[in-house]
Design a protein around this ligand. Sequence first.
Ligand SMILES: NC(=O)c1ccc[n+]([C@@H]2O[C@H](COP(=O)([O-])OP(=O)(O)OC[C@H]3O[C@@H](n4cnc5c(N)ncnc54)[C@H](O)[C@@H]3O)[C@@H](O)[C@H]2O)c1
Length: 270
Amino acid sequence: MIEAGKTYLVMGLLDADSLAFAIGKTIERFGGRVIYTVQNEVFKKRFLDRAEALSRQEIEALDLRFCDVTVDEEVQELFADLGPLRGLVHSIAYANPNTCLGEEFHTSEIDDILLSHHISCVSLATVLRHAQPSLKDGGSVVALSFDTAHVYPYYNWMGVQKAALEALVRALARRHGRDLIRVNAVSAGPLFTKAASKIPGFGSLTSLWETVSPLPWDTLKDKQAVADAVTFLLGPYAQKITGQILTVDGGAAITGGALMGFEKRAHPPD
Ligand SMILES: NC(=O)c1ccc[n+]([C@@H]2O[C@H](COP(=O)([O-])OP(=O)(O)OC[C@H]3O[C@@H](n4cnc5c(N)ncnc54)[C@H](O)[C@@H]3O)[C@@H](O)[C@H]2O)c1
């Protein structure tokens, strides 16, 4: 699906549960070379080095760079060092769970909202501004989103950031068509990761999915379905697709209300 032998940057690795990790492994399976970014060395020690699913050798074999996307110089330095890329994945988001997520939408902590906006949306433009020389023969950029057509409980300001991110995907797609760089996003259903575990009420969101998703949705296994869609958008089979949001959520986002009893699978898989 991707171009074997080419290099892809996957930004936003925290631990073995990260969508970034599932995406990186999938790119490798198709013969691509993967470079990951981790936010900083402290996070690597705290999360990646303690990931039980990974052996020491597996961690040491990863090609890792550090990059905090809110620091322009760090993003610039990252790309100065990388060489040519064929694609890039932005798998990064943050919102303070105490102020920007939870039962109450309103908050007076405007700085938290702005930081969340910077990390979860604006940083995609920062990254592409600095990545452009590394994508000089064109390439593909994919970001990760969550259904913006509906308003969900608890997700509050992150829902707003995702809507802005999707608008940015379209703006960047228009801006970079002339550079043969495509920009798209995959909108994923709820999946268990560190970021998701910080969303208060995330369990309720996943239960809600079971009631509205026509296809069965597995909050662990379906990371692979999301990674497959990202890999498709990175590669040549998606060569005329840009500015799009590809939804990979079991169909939940198009469903009006809960499924009726007769619409549910008679024999759910084990
Ligand atoms: N897990 C889900 O249910 C789900 C659903 C839809 C979309 N997404 C999106 O997928 C993406 C990846 O999230 P995930 O669920 O794999 O969680 P994760 O916690 O594994 O990844 C989030 C990453 O963002 C990074 N990050 C936060 N602030 C940063 C900064 N200033 N600089 C650099 N990196 C920073 C974190 O270090 C972490 O690596 C996010 O955009 C998230 O919104 C997740």
